[in-house]
Design a protein around this ligand. Structure first.
Ligand code: FES
Ligand code: FES
Length: 172
C-alpha cells in the first residue's frame, strides 16, 4: 500500500517560526517558514547577495557560508538548524575596512574570472585554514576540489590559498 501525503500533512510540515541567529556579528530575527533554506533568507530576506546559487543540490559550493565555525552549503541548510548559531557570509569577512588575507591573496593572484564561485571558495578556505594553518598543496587541492569553478581558476585559487596561509602564519 502506498502512502499519499494529504494537504493537511503538507501544511503542518511547513511551520512558521521565529528564527534568531547571529549574522556577521549582528543579531537577526526572521519570521519565516521552518524549512526555508538559509541561502534564500540571506539573498531574498536580508539582501546579502554575495552568497550565490549554483546547483541547489549541495554539490558546487557556490553557496558556502560559515555556520558555527564550519563551512556549510546554505542551499541545503534549513533555517531551523541555525537557531542560535553564528553565520558568516562574504559580506562579513573583511574587518574594520581591511580585507581578510584570503580575499587579498585572491586579488593579488587573480584567483577568479567571473567571480561567481569566489565567495563560496573564500569561506570554505577560511574554515580550512582555521583548521589547517600550514597545509600542503595536496591538502589544499583535496579540500578545494569540493568547490567547483566553471571558469577553471582552480590553479590560481590554490596558489592564492598557499600565499594566504604563509601570510597568516607570518612567513611572508
Ligand atoms: S548552490 Fe549550494 S552547493 Fe551548489
Ligand atoms: S571564477 Fe567563474 S566560476 Fe569560478
Amino acid at each position: 500500500m502506498t502512502f499519499a501525503p494529504t494537504l493537511e500533512f503538507c501544511i503542518e510540515d511547513n511551520v512558521k517560526r521565529t528564527i534568531r541567529f547571529g549574522l556577521n556579528g549582528h543579531p537577526v530575527t526572521l519570521d519565516t517558514d521552518d524549512d526555508r533554506m538559509l541561502l534564500w533568507a540571506l539573498r531574498t530576506d536580508l539582501a546579502l547577495t554575495g552568497t550565490k546559487y549554483g546547483c541547489g543540490e549541495g554539490i558546487c559550493g557556490a553557496c558556502a557560508v560559515i555556520v558555527g565555525g564550519k563551512s556549510q552549503r546554505s542551499c541545503k541548510t534549513p533555517l531551523k538548524t541555525i537557531e542560535g548559531k553564528e553565520v558568516v557570509t562574504i559580506e562579513g569577512l573583511a574587518r574594520n575596512g581591511k580585507l581578510h588575507p584570503l580575499q587579498q591573496a585572491f586579488i593579488d593572484h587573480g584567483a577568479f574570472q567571473c567571480g561567481y564561485c569566489t565567495s563560496g571558495m573564500l569561506l570554505s578556505a577560511v574554515v580550512f585554514l582555521d583548521e589547517t594553518p600550514k597545509p600542503s598543496r595536496d591538502a589544499i587541492v583535496t579540500h578545494m576540489e569540493h568547490n567547483l569553478c566553471r571558469c577553471g581558476a582552480h590553479q590560481r585559487i590554490v596558489v592564492a590559498i598557499e600565499a594566504a596561509a604563509r601570510q597568516m602564519a607570518g612567513q611572508s
